[in-house]
Write a protein that binds this ligand. Structure first.
Ligand code: SF4
Length: 427
């Protein structure tokens, strides 16, 4: 392998990166085209199991949170936020909500995808946060669009059987609601196939993430942040499965050939919170220059797992609706402190983490609220250095690069001190 190829640093545009751009372009084009041709359009919260819609012949879905993340990544987050603020929405509301409201009430102007086609049905889910329910309620009030709310109990321990049954009942009710509103019949076989594709995609996703265990890591967290996007827009499709299979294959192949994003990796870090969408390139480049690599995030390894774990929750081929209901608590926000600590501990131990960056997110209070307690536990119980930085995942006006790096560099120093102490034989 030529040396110049081995010297690449930071987040890089691989074959998978180029395919990703095509998938996203195609997903949004198809969405607009099908909606224009009369498809039934549903707007959903990120954790609503989109495989349900594959059970219908002509139902398409859009994910406002995903569109907001893309808008932030393309640099129009603050612009759309300001539009929402101009209409009276508080700057303290989640920036995903403000970007989406700003975009929708301006007819999709300045959006990288020309906005989203107007919905026939809104489906929110209070599993992550109740703000999202209120956000979708704005459209219900303004446009009169029916709003279906999935009520998913918070999860302080493993999901209870009665909670699973309660979620199942609501999934069935949602299917019935769409049948009634769209006039289409739900086909269980189409749905089962979609769930199988998603489950297979998650298996490859985990294979991709596990390349982080190698020293140096086969990936940066920034690669995994951007590669989450089709999980939200292409769920239940063969295209998603194929893409994640190739992504995992390519990354494993790079590891085998000795090609690493941060070849002189000295610090292996864990990120806790949503991706800072407006900072991906800048942050990864600056970290790579310090020989530091954020190799995992609770935000990305919870996908395909139960209750935020690092390992895969495999589909056993049984009732697909039950499988989705069981996995409903995959994301981090609804978890209690014990669960979050346990998941983080397993991740730290399984891939070899030297330090943790807790990103206190001004927008996402539910993700951030117990980070101070987590930080205390991680440093005291696991003896892993950690720092807290201030971010906003989608509103770049609320982030200061120098403040964040001052603390990240302090974290690297703490890791050095700890290493020097252990070399010197101190406990
Ligand atoms: S507050 Fe957090 S969980 Fe709620 S919509 Fe915003 S980013 Fe998502």
């Amino acid at each position: 392998m030529p040396e110049e190829q081995k010297e690449k640093t930071g987040h890089q545009k691989t074959g998978a990166g180029k395919r990703l751009s095509n998938i996203m372009l195609n997903d949004y084009m198809q969405l607009h085209q099908k909606a224009g041709n009369g498809a039934f359009v549903v707007w959903i919260a990120i954790v609503v199991p989109a495989e349900l819609f594959s059970g219908f012949e002509n139902v398409v879905y859009a994910v406002p949170e995903s569109h907001a993340a893309m808008s932030a990544g393309k640099g129009v987050g603050p612009l759309q936020c300001e539009k929402a603020e101009g209409k009276g929405f508080s700057p303290d509301l989640c920036s995903y909500a403000r970007i989406d409201l700003g975009t929708a009430f301006d007819g999709g102007k300045d959006s990288p995808t020309f906005g989203l086609p107007k919905p026939h049905l809104l489906v929110s889910d209070n599993n992550n946060c109740s703000l999202l329910v209120k956000w979708f309620d704005v459209y219900h009030r303004e446009w009169g669009t029916p709003h279906f709310i999935l009520d998913v109990p918070f999860c302080y321990e493993s999901q209870k059987e009665q909670d699973l049954d309660y979620i199942l009942l609501q999934f069935r009710d949602l299917i019935h609601t769409i049948e009634t509103m769209s006039g289409q019949r739900f086909d269980p076989e189409r749905f089962r196939e979609a769930v199988q594709y998603s489950a297979e995609a998650m298996m490859h996703w985990k294979r991709f993430l596990k390349t982080a265990a190698h020293r140096p890591s086969g990936l940066t967290v920034f690669d995994s942040f951007v590669q989450m996007a089709p999980f939200l827009t292409s769920r239940g499709t063969k295209a998603l499965t194929d893409h994640y299979r190739l992504l995992a294959d390519e990354t494993q192949e790079c590891v085998a050939q000795g090609i690493f994003p941060v070849p002189n990796e000295k610090y292996r870090l864990l990120w806790d919170n949503i991706a800072p969408w407006h900072q991906l390139n800048k942050m990864s480049t600056r970290l790579a220059a310090l020989n530091a690599n954020i190799i995992a995030a609770s935000y990305t390894y919870c996908m395909g797992s139960l209750e935020g774990e690092f390992d895969l929750y495999a589909y056993d081929g049984g009732d697909p609706l039950r499988y989705l209901a069981r996995a409903q608590n995959f994301s981090v926000c609804p978890h209690g402190l014990e669960l979050r600590y346990r998941s983080m501990q397993k991740a730290i131990e399984s891939i070899g983490i030297d330090g943790v960056v807790f990103a206190s997110n001004r927008s996402c209070k539910v993700y951030s609220i117990m980070q101070m307690d987590l930080l205390k536990r991680v440093t005291e119980k696991l003896d892993v250095p950690a720092v807290m930085i201030d971010v906003d995942h989608a509103d770049a006006r609320k982030y200061t690069e120098e403040n964040a790096f001052l603390r990240i560099e302090a974290l690297l120093e703490l890791i050095d001190i700890k290493r020097n102490h252990s070399r010197a034989g101190f406990a």
